[in-house]
Design a protein around this ligand. Structure first.
Ligand SMILES: Nc1nc2c(ncn2[C@@H]2O[C@H](COP(=O)(O)OP(=O)(O)OP(=O)(O)O)[C@@H](O)[C@H]2O)c(=O)[nH]1
Ligand SMILES: [Mg+2]
Length: 194
């Protein structure tokens, strides 16, 4: 049995969810392959001298897995919605996952929503900020962060922000206790495919 908070990363295939998670605390980005179903990672982050444990589900954005994605929102403390900042379709497509979150999470104000515009390094026109801002407001995002897994821009900041948001919540609520079958071997970061 683990103490910690469940976090789910969702978004269209190829937007860079796995790359973002890989890039955290690593100074390079290996070539990734499309995630099959979902992958589980355990991350431990220090916030104000306190260890915050994140149980992260890195889901597949491929449409054939959409029907199962919903289950990953159960018991979640933070949902991270990732799009490619040079691809408006990937922003619009996030509506699919937001609807799933609404169905499962409902109006639980303890659940935090973060919008992430990845691939900021790409030398292509970026989506108009007003469009992103409108989407963010209409969908009740708590935060919008621009990242690049390729250069590392804001990656460590994003993971620390997630940890700090859930940590603030915990100051008001007891830790969520999550029972997972697969256990981490105690390292700060692990990756397993489920
Ligand atoms: N230029 C650029 N490429 C990126 C960035 N992040 C990821 N990529 C590339 O985009 C491709 C897809 O990245 P993944 O991390 O596998 O995408 P994903 O969202 O996990 O995709 P699924 O697992 O299929 O849902 C890979 O070739 C990455 O190298 C980025 O910030 N900038
Ligand atoms: Mg992936």
């Amino acid at each position: 049995m683990f103490r910690g908070t469940k976090v789910v990363f969702v978004g269209q295939t190829n937007v860079g969810k796995t790359s973002i998670l890989y890039r955290f605390e690593n100074d390079y980005l290996p070539e990734t392959t499309a995630t099959v179903g979902a992958a589980f990672l355990l991350k431990k982050v220090m916030i104000n001298n306190k260890e915050v444990v994140l149980h992260i589900w890195d889901t597949s954005g491929q449409e054939r897995y959409n029907s199962v994605s919903k289950i990953y929102f159960r018991g979640v403390g933070c949902c991270v919605f990732v799009f490619d900042i040079t691809d408006i379709d990937s922003l619009n497509k996030l509506q699919t996952w937001k609807r799933m979150a609404d169905e499962i999470v409902g109006d639980d104000v303890n659940v935090k929503y973060i919008l992430v515009g990845n691939k900021n390094d790409r030398n292509l026109p970026k989506i108009d900020f007003r469009i992103i801002d409108d989407w963010s407001k209409q969908n009740n995002m708590d935060k919008f962060i621009i990242t690049s897994a390729a250069t590392g821009e804001n990656i460590n900041m994003l993971i620390k922000e997630i940890a700090s948001m859930v940590n603030r919540n915990k100051e008001h609520n007891d830790d969520t206790i999550i029972n997972f079958e697969k256990q981490n071997n105690g390292s700060n970061s692990s990756y397993c495919y489920c």
